[in-house]
Write a protein that binds this ligand. Structure first.
Ligand code: SAM
Ligand code: SF4
Length: 496
């Protein structure tokens, strides 16, 4: 057991993310300041701030069996300028002590947030030049050189899409939270449709109602929709008639001719056919996602995808034949039993398919997923070679004309790494950049989708999540819409 004791402050919430990157959360016990530590053989991490005569000592000490093995210390002058400064010093001493005590660095240093690119955008907005940004990332946030370079490249690939900020430009997310089967690593909101067929019709009725009401608001306030993303779950699980009525309704309500990007997630090849693809193209969808995760058939069975790599190739070729020239493929590194040779096999397939976007996810052990709840049933090595696998995909991407254009991190990712979206020249997904930058209002429609309203004058977003449970969503749809419109009014009705 690892015991952690905070002295002179109570920043458990902010600091625990760094500790969790070294040890699994179940092996950690947080002690209160007054708890005495008398456990003998275990580790004790003390993170403290202590008032001295005319300054404060901020330090982290790591002890084993009562013996100090490492200590990192910083000072703050008597007058503390801000709580932020205290927290920053606590984080630095904690990370430095963990690094020297347990021997490995964190590639993202003391950054624990899921959108590191936002920090770089902010520094640019404040007038920092590239050298100053690099120094800040390296020396202040303690990022590795590789992550600093990656982040700078990604941000350069995003600026012209995010800026200038246009208050009346928005994006739409429409969620279909149903899937043909449950993948073992997934904790997203989605029900297996087989079991829930009865509620699909009801769900579509509620969703259509929400689309109509929101579109009235959009028109009344002259808002301009830049991108639409139909995601899930697996939206192509809708049969042809259902998909047609969804896309028809959207086309009725929204002037899709002016939409810059219109994505349909067609993640599972077992839900794709020629008619659905043609229909989507006719209704203006100009980007789709067909997701192998891996091209190894044994792994595909193991992870519960219910499709083969041949199905992926067939669906991909069909999409090309129908006329899609902007296709994304998602992969996951660190799937049970996968190593560098399996990744190379997957990449060889990707090379022959040549999708315009390639999104490389790192396995994140999500609470509530089958994998994390039955971890011993899977040949899962906790990502021993995850760095090597990530490096393999990185060089593959760069050698094959892909550039990183967006990235984000999640909790419990193997190796504390990041998911990276790569694109061929001219094929950045606008929606993906906007959702990560949080500089544009994105309206989420459907159960479990999240609306983020961006207030440019205050440079902040306010979230409004729709309820996750499909039945509750159906029952409460009127109230949900009214609350969402109220939030939108707080931005749009003031000035117009
Ligand atoms: C919201 S999912 C939807 C995509 C679609 N339903 C599918 O699975 O093909 C988006 C992507 O997140 C990734 N993903 C989902 N769960 C993950 C996990 N636990 N760890 C890493 N990546 C994950 C997968 O690559 C997936 O394609
Ligand atoms: S298909 Fe996608 S959303 Fe559905 S269970 Fe699998 S990973 Fe999750």
């Amino acid at each position: 057991m690892i015991y952690v004791k905070m002295i002179g402050h109570n920043y458990i919430f902010e600091l625990k993310e760094i500790i969790f990157q070294y040890f699994h959360k179940d092996s950690i016990k947080f002690l209160h300041e007054e708890d005495c530590f008398n456990v003998g053989r275990d580790y004790l991490i003390i993170i403290a701030i202590e008032k001295k005569y005319d300054y404060y000592d901020v330090y982290t000490v790591i002890e084993i069996e009562g013996k100090e093995i490492t200590k990192s210390k910083e000072q703050i002058p008597n007058i503390i300028n801000s709580e932020k400064e205290v927290l920053y010093k606590l984080k630095v001493t904690l990370y430095n002590a963990m690094k020297s005590g347990f021997g490995h660095i964190l590639p993202w240093g003391i950054l624990t947030g899921i959108r590191p690119s936002k920090i770089v955008h902010k520094l640019i907005d404040q007038g920092y030049d590239e050298n100053k940004i690099i120094t800040t990332l390296n020396n202040h946030y303690l990022l590795s050189k590789e992550k600093t370079d990656l982040l700078i490249n990604v941000v350069k690939n995003q600026r012209d899409i995010i800026y200038p900020i246009k208050k009346k430009s928005i994006s739409l997310y429409i969620g279909i939270p149903f899937c043909p089967s449950r993948c073992i690593y997934c904790s997203f909101l989605s029900s297996v449709l087989e079991k829930d067929k009865g509620i699909l019709k009801e769900y579509l009725d509620s969703l259509f109602f929400e689309i109509k009401e929101i579109s009235k608001y959009i028109q009344k306030n002259n808002l301009k929709i830049e991108t639409i993303y139909i995601g899930g779950g697996t939206p192509t699980i809708l049969n042809q008639e259902e998909l047609n009525s969804l896309l028809y309704l959207i086309a009725q309500e929204i002037n899709i001719k002016n939409i810059k990007e219109y994505t349909l997630e067609a993640g599972r090849p077992d839900t794709i056919n020629k008619k659905k693809l043609k229909l989507s193209l006719q209704y203006g969808i100009n980007r789709i996602s067909i997701n192998p995760q891996t091209m190894d058939n044994n792994t595909l069975i193991k992870i519960g995808r219910n499709h083969s790599s041949e199905d992926i190739i067939r669906a991909f070729n069909l999409a090309r034949e129908v006329g899609f020239n902007f296709i994304n493929m998602d992969l996951i590194l660190g799937l049970p039993g996968e190593d560098k040779s399996r990744i190379n096999n997957t990449l060889a397939h990707i090379k022959s398919l040549q999708p315009e976007n390639l999104t490389i996810h790192i396995m994140s052990l999500k609470r509530g997923s089958k994998l994390s709840e039955n971890i011993n049933n899977y040949n899962f090595d906790q990502g021993k070679n995850i760095l090597e696998m990530q490096e393999t995909t990185r060089s593959f991407a760069l050698n094959n004309g892909y550039q990183p254009y967006y990235l984000y991190r999640q909790k419990y990712m193997l190796g504390n790494l990041e998911n990276i979206g790569y694109c061929k020249n001219g094929y950045r997904s606008i929606y993906n950049i906007l959702i990560m930058s949080e500089k544009q209002t994105i309206l989420g429609l459907g159960a479990g989708s999240v609306t983020k309203v961006f207030f440019p004058e205050e440079d902040r977003i306010e979230r409004f999540p729709n309820v996750k449970d499909v039945r509750l969503y159906n029952n409460r749809i009127r109230g949900i819409i009214d609350k969402k419109l109220l939030l939108l009014d707080s931005l749009y009705s003031k000035n117009y």
